[in-house]
Design a protein around this ligand. Structure first.
Ligand code: PRX
Length: 626
């Protein structure tokens, strides 16, 4: 563990000078079944990245078996249910190992084998983490789909990866609501011919329909034992697929592989959070997102930490649930999203103050830029000016944290993610693709691969090359803008493409437009993001309808329903404006830059609109806005 600023500087210098030597040394701390023959094999001109080439391992041996001798009775997963009246569960490393092995055997008994894709659509209960690890144990590739996605979105993801199995639950608890997961899964599976087995966990006990491929999880589990040797995996065998939004309609199945992902998530967890043996670490994300994969499951478990899984929401039963749970479990590390902080900041501080938060040592932020107000509120009311805040910048594609301070070790700066991790060579580019030196603002790009960079997009390596490596040849293009101060600290300014981060969720505008265009009355639509004081960004949709005389409130309602059905409730637009046209260039391209300014109410900052084919439409939208 890096313990001082000088050690950090030394590690960064060493990693820059000799990346292979640096990462080889880091990787040697883990349990391998066979050593690697080459540390890194890469070519950014024809993007292929391989780390620890020829190495053999199983990540679950590093998460579980390795700790059995030293800390079998330490809590691995601390589960806090949605309902505070339901008892929390403390699952020890020994017990987790046993349950993962047994679940792995259940998967095998139902036909799963190495290389198969298994889709997981589950609530935030321990069995979700166990299912993820069980897949990894047998070498099946897990594809977790966030349980807030719709049937259509689930089906698209299952079909994209030709999953052979679906793991789900009867339902899930979320605040005062229950979500009928099995019902949604049933609807999805109607169009998924590759799935031949659906294992259903009982969580809510609600009534469900039963199909010929369905089996109850608890019944299947009873039929198998808990002896399951770990499958031998190559470093570069896929560990999982996780979908993220892109600039086009189709989600991108990012593929992460076993060796590099393990090394990097474990290394960054250890150094960013600086967890000590008796600490209790809580990341409030859902395992359906990359944050949950890397920093609820794999990173903490490889490090032998206690990781909290929370099933509920910050507002249930009241807006002090986060603080209540922190006090109840004596949380030492609390890692959440700015959107949650902004939502909680709107409530009286007495809700925070009534709980004893003295156990807290480190706070974290992830998923979107944290604004100054939220940063200071977090620092003052939650951290009591006593807890370093790590603002961690990274992506589904990067697998692990690329830019962040190390808690209490490297300096923090409000609203800045600060410095790149050792081994991460961040640059700022201008529009011509030249590197900017010193202080400045530009496009964030990365010059050299790090071990957990996604290796491909499932089934579409061309798209991988195009999206990440063709905009600025020789660099990984992250899609974010950033500025850098004189000390080299980075502040992320937001997306520079057609992805909008709404409440920390990464949403492509293209798939939302595709969904809206399905409405029979809609001729054309354009979705843009605009600043929102809680969500960070909200979505504004401009729609052209066939009959301008129709009742727009009905259309608006139907559009929201359509989006919820096709993607999920998280993508529902906040504002919908029925317009007679969209500002377009002479070549017919929608001028989204102008729509973004209009949505933000920045009517006098539209810039040059002389190239527009239809400038009158801008005036019309301005009138509607005011
Ligand atoms: O725009 C950046 C923003 O989230 C995007 C990645 O989203 P996703 O793949 O869903 O992963 C989110 C969790 C890692 C980035 O391109 N982002 C993430 N973290 C930060 C951030 N923006 C500013 N500051 C951050 N700390």
């Amino acid at each position: 563990m890096i313990k001082s600023l000088s050690e950090f500087k030394q590690a960064s210098a060493q990693a820059k000078e000799n990346p292979d030597g640096f990462w080889s040394e880091v990787a040697s701390e883990f349990q391998w079944k066979a050593p690697w023959k080459q540390t890194l094999d890469f070519d950014f001109s024809n993007p292929e990245v391989k780390w620890f080439v020829g190495g053999k391992l199983n990540i679950t041996e590093n998460c579980l078996d390795r700790h059995l001798a030293t800390q079998p009775n330490k809590t691995a997963i601390l589960f806090e249910p949605n309902d505070p009246a339901e008892a929390a569960q403390h699952i020890t490393y020994k017990e987790l190992h046993k349950r993962v092995c047994q679940t792995a055997n259940m998967l095998k008994a139902n036909g799963a084998k190495k290389g198969d894709r298994i889709c997981i659509y589950m609530p935030m209960v321990p069995e979700l983490a166990i299912a993820v690890l069980a897949c990894a144990r047998i070498g099946a590739i897990h594809s977790v789909v966030f349980a807030g996605f719709s049937a259509t979105a689930l089906a698209a993801r299952i079909n994209d990866a030709s999953c052979s199995m679906l793991l789900t639950a009867d339902g899930g608890f979320r605040g005062a609501k229950t979500i009928a997961l099995k019902e949604i899964a049933d609807e999805a599976l109607v169009s998924c011919s590759t799935v031949n087995c659906c294992l259903v966990l009982q969580r809510t006990q609600q009534v469900v329909q039963w199909n010929s491929i369905d089996k109850w999880w608890h019944e299947e589990l009873e039929k198998v034992d808990d002896n399951c040797p770990a499958e031998v995996m190559d470093s570069e065998d896929p560990l999982f697929i996780l979908y993220t939004s892109g600039s086009t309609g189709k989600p991108k199945g990012m593929v992460h592989t076993c060796g590099g992902y393990m090394v990097y998530t474990a290394y960054t967890f250890k150094n960013v959070f600086q967890c000590q043996p008796n600490d209790v670490y809580w990341c409030t994300a859902d395992i359906g997102w990359i944050t949950g994969h890397s920093y609820i499951v794999y990173g903490p478990l490889v490090n032998g930490a206690t990781t909290v899984m929370f099933e509920g929401v910050p507002s249930y039963p009241a807006f002090d649930r986060f603080w209540e749970v922190c006090a109840k479990h004596k949380i030492t590390h609390f890692y959440t999203a700015p959107t949650a902080i902004r939502a909680l900041e709107k409530h009286p501080t007495s809700l925070v103050e009534k709980h004893d938060l003295s156990s807290l040592k480190v706070l974290g932020s992830v998923g979107e830029p944290i604004n100054a107000e939220a940063w200071h509120w977090y620092d003052e009311h939650v951290g009591k000016h006593n807890c370093p805040i790590v603002d961690t910048w990274w992506q589904t594609e990067t697998g692990g944290i690329l830019i962040s301070s190390l808690a209490g070790v490297t300096p923090q700066k409000p609203t800045f993610a600060t410095l790149p991790m050792p081994g991460v060579q961040v640059v700022l580019l201008n529009n011509e693709g030249d590197e900017i030196e010193g202080e400045g603002e530009g496009i964030l790009a990365i010059k050299h691969p790090w071990p957990s960079i996604a290796r491909t997009i499932w089934g579409d390596h061309e798209r991988y090359k195009n999206v990440y490596f063709s905009a600025y040849p020789g660099y990984y293009f992250a899609g974010d803008g950033a500025l850098r101060d004189a000390e080299g600290n980075y502040r992320i300014t937001g997306r520079v493409d057609d992805v909008v981060i709404v409440s920390g969720h990464n949403l492509g505008t293209a798939p939302i437009e595709n969904a809206i265009n399905e409405h029979p009355e809609v001729v054309e639509s354009a979705v843009v993001g605009y600043p929102h004081d809680i969500k960070g960004n909200a979505l504004c949709t401009y729609v052209i309808v066939r009959d301008m005389g129709v009742d727009s409130s009905i259309i608006e309602k139907e559009i929201r329903e359509e989006v919820a059905k096709t993607i999920g409730p998280i993508a529902k637009p906040d504002r919908i404006l029925v317009v007679s046209g969209l500002p377009k260039t002479r070549s017919g391209k929608i001028m989204r830059r102008i729509l973004r300014k209009l949505a933000a109410g920045e009517h006098d900052q539209l810039g040059d609109i002389s190239t527009l084919l239809n400038p009158e439409i801008v005036e019309e939208i301005k009138r509607q806005n005011s």
